[in-house]
Design a protein. Structure first.
Length: 608
């Protein structure tokens, strides 16, 4: 009997584990689409099933809270019900014995406060008023709203040029995004409910690498309107591209000797080769964009008189300081300056040197891995939080470690040790992780002695700043270093001046900069009195949709060259899909734009 009991328990546990994994996948793929009141009720109900029954707030309170939320959903509630929900949730939060109860109470309180209007609408109208755009998750998750299911279906059909044409309708930099995009679209992919999210970035890269022919986009009739774009990064290039398609004449003013902004001056060759970037930029420029390199804009009023509109997209190219003693010594270099030198093909000499990189973002990983390729004897990444708190992508952290970089977590820089004006070490202060601050676990000084790391170079990679002061001196409003803009991107006090990208939002991702340029183009076009965005279409006959996603199939991952090989050169480290991998991955798509509630297959949308 005992043996039979163990088997039954093991089988039951296996089933429960599968249910937990399925629930976890669903939560990871969830979005803001569900009714927040109904979702809150589901969370409280799930927490109630986990209660051990020991304490009254959890055993009884969660059931009461569940019933009150049912009253709201079924039209039996009034304003007093909403107050009772808040007080009940607050009581559970403050008096439950364990996390099951007080976490459930806290979540209910957050929901009632965060979605107060939706609760009120249910009470007053017995219906939901949650009006999010009902798109498929990958399209909603992409800041540029690229038609991802559409181009995946074209990849599946082997029509790679058409796939790239469809991408460029919303994103003029598919090659760049195929290599370095942080792919937020994958986070909510519904395929994740079955097994793993789609490898959308990998399929984008495959389409670009295998497009059969070059092509030129359709450009609308000239309008006679002119636009000056200040900055040749992803936001400026995207704005210039879409404005050109709309028939306006664009001139890009770039202060440096190459276009690309942080794409060229912030991302190393092994992730985004310069020749590939230049090829993609040339394609945009050849659409009819005029470019003026080595041109530093100092007079906004002059441009406003010479052009019908001005778009400021200067990016974030300044460095941030640590603010510790010794920072002015020889051997201290900022990540921005180091990567800028790499972008101008003027690399620093790190051969045989010991390098400490301060920071935990993608830029810090880029600097560390670049230092290895420049011949550094030892590279140590110093971070004041834990590794799991780093903002860098997991694959970037793992890649840096595989190439020989050491990671020293929970140590905060305290002083740069200097002898004869040159760096000889970095004194760091041990930290202990604590409670959250601004949404992240905050470290504090640990009860441990300082540590000195011997080094010849300290590379500071703690963020980027915006060189907004020259524009502020010209009267452009700025706040905390960022250029201020209205919701439509127009700069207050300047009727025909817009701003967007990193200089307005703060340092962000490439795809968000592309979105900023795209939205600015639509708003400037509207300012001119047009609505050309509705006329920019790509007449592509889409493949017939077939549902074939019920069979479980793991996700194909992009491979990388061996670390022992790639760390000695700046050649592209990532290997694209084979044809077999691309076809299999594309066929995993659930086509939820067609079979789900977000269908828009009737016409390829252009979401601004």
């Amino acid at each position: 009997m005992s043996r039979m009991y163990v088997l039954e328990r093991s089988e039951a546990q296996a089933v429960m584990d599968e249910m937990h994994q399925a629930l976890e996948r669903r939560l990871e793929c969830s979005s803001l689409e569900p009714c927040p009141v109904e979702f809150t009720r589901a969370v409280v109900s799930m927490c109630a099933t986990q209660s051990c029954g020991k304490c009254t707030p959890c055993r009884v309170g969660l059931k009461v809270l569940e019933g009150l939320l049912d009253d709201v959903l079924e039209g039996r509630a009034d304003e007093g019900t909403l107050r009772l929900i808040e007080s009940t949730a607050s009581t559970i939060y403050n008096s439950a014995d364990c996390a099951i109860g007080y976490e459930a109470g806290e979540m209910a309180l957050l929901a009632v406060k965060g979605f107060h209007d939706d609760f009120v609408h249910h009470i007053e109208h017995q219906s939901c008023d949650f009006r999010r755009r009902r798109h498929v998750p990958c399209v909603s998750g992409c800041p540029a709203h690229v038609d991802i299911p559409g181009y995946i279906s074209l990849v599946s059909a082997g029509r790679y040029t058409d796939a790239v044409r469809l991408i460029r309708k919303d994103n003029p930099l598919p090659l760049v995004c195929g290599l370095i995009c942080e792919h937020p679209c994958e986070a909510r992919c519904r395929r994740g409910m079955v097994d793993d999210p789609m490898n959308i970035r990998g399929l984008k890269r495959y389409a670009v690498d295998h497009m059969e022919e070059d092509y030129r986009p359709v450009i609308l009739e000239p309008t006679g309107k002119t636009v000056a774009v200040i900055g040749g990064g992803p936001a400026g290039l995207s704005a210039a591209y879409f404005l050109t398609l709309m028939g306006h004449k664009c001139t890009v003013f770039e202060a440096r000797q190459h276009l690309g902004g942080m794409l060229r001056y912030g991302i190393p060759d092994y992730r985004l080769p310069h020749e590939e970037l230049d090829r993609e930029i040339k394609w945009i420029v050849d659409c009819g964009v005029e470019v003026k390199l080595n041109t530093y804009v100092t007079d906004i009023d002059k441009l406003r008189k010479e052009y019908d509109a001005v778009y400021i997209a200067i990016g974030a190219h300044n460095d941030r300081k640590l603010g510790i003693p010794g920072e002015d010594a020889e051997g201290v270099i900022s990540a921005v300056k180091m990567l800028r030198a790499m972008g101008d093909d003027n690399p620093p000499d790190f051969k045989g040197k010991r390098v400490c990189v301060v920071g935990g973002g993608n830029v810090a990983m880029d600097v560390a891995r670049t230092s290895i390729r420049l011949g550094a004897e030892k590279v140590t990444i110093v971070y004041r939080r834990r590794v799991q708190d780093m903002t860098a992508q997991v694959e970037e952290i793992e890649g840096a470690r595989a190439e020989g970089c050491e990671v020293l977590e929970l140590h905060s820089p305290k002083e740069i040790v200097v002898e004869d004006g040159h760096v000889v070490g970095l004194r760091v202060e041990p930290q202990i992780i604590g409670g959250p601050r601004n949404g992240r676990p905050a470290p504090r000084k640990a009860d441990a002695p300082d540590v000195t790391l011997d080094c010849d170079v300290v590379a500071v990679a703690i963020g980027q700043a915006i060189n907004s002061k020259p524009f502020e001196d010209l009267g452009v409003p700025c706040q905390r270093g960022r250029i201020v803009a209205n919701p439509d991107g127009m700069v207050p006090g300047f009727e025909n001046v817009w701003s967007g990208g990193d200089c307005e939002s703060g340092p962000a991702t490439v795809i968000r900069a592309i979105k900023a340029g795209k939205v600015a183009a639509g708003n400037i076009d509207g300012y001119f009195g047009y609505n050309h965005k509705d006329e920019i279409t790509v007449p592509i006959e889409m493949p017939q949709v077939q549902y074939k996603g019920k069979v479980a199939c793991a996700r194909c991952e992009l491979k990388e060259r061996e670390a022992c090989e790639r760390k000695h050169d700046f050649d592209l480290m990532e290997i694209g899909f084979t044809e077999e991998e691309a076809k299999q991955e594309a066929n995993r798509c659930l086509c939820c734009d067609h079979f789900g509630y977000g269908a828009f297959r009737g016409g390829r949308i252009f979401a601004w």
